[in-house]
Design a protein around this ligand. Sequence first.
Ligand code: MN
Ligand code: MN
Length: 309
Amino acid sequence: MDNKVLIFGHKNPDTDSICSSLIMEKLVKNFNVEAKAVRLGNLNKETEYVLKFLNLEAPELIEKVSEGQNVILVDHNEAVQSVDGRDEAKVLAVVDHHRIADFKTIEPLYYLAKPYGCTATILFELFKQNGVEIDKTIGTLMLSAIVSDTLLLKSPTCTEKDVESVKELENITGLKANEYGLEMLKAGTDLSTYSGTEVINLDAKEFSSDTKKFVVAQVNTADIDDVFSRREELEFAMEKEIADKKLNFFVFVITDIINTNSKIIALGSDKSVVEEAFNKKLDEFDSMMLEGVVSRKKQIAPVLLEAAK
Ligand code: MN
Ligand code: MN
């Protein structure tokens, strides 16, 4: 067991999960708590870009926690997305911006949930409320996370709070969100070095309703056709995942960050749930175009969960 409080985001960590873990580490250390940011998976290229830009080391990779380990969760709360062994760990605090599902603890805790576009926006507010200095490094981590989660403030998940925070963070860091942020997002769209299996696992989240279990995986791109040209390889990987995890269906979302649209591919014995959810037929490639849809959290997962009831 680690004596320090371990801070982590969800599995398949995205930029918000990694940046918010590092930001939270700084905040709790400020209250003289021994803490360490860790991660539950590989960094994606977007997050690698951020850490390289700041010359920061990636948080240590962990796979499970032992009984009684003190932990703080950021950017998630659902057990399936969290560390293995979490039910036996002691959750001291949660800072999150997702729906709350199947969340149970043994002891009381700090739980801060706000429907902002990014966990880092909640942390930005916490730093200010507690009078903790936001230096350029922390400011850049915050800015990066917000740009990532809100797709440069264009996602429907983006709130006025996120917009205001980015304005202030541009002043603190001297960075322009439109310039630095676009470079960062573009760094994340390079899928050329990944196998089909890796691509569908880069940002995959599992969901379950009472009767259905499914995964929604998402990648960002500046060119949907470019990713879609790997359809056969991706479908092969999806089929394997469906069999291995006994999923009812798997949805792969290819999101165009420039035009803010998504094309999805849906496979699995219950893929009709997807047609029902979006009230649209899958074409001969098991795909459909979803105009204006970019947010898994707000525009995809809720409708799928509703249709899967
Ligand atoms: Mn996240
Ligand atoms: Mn987030």
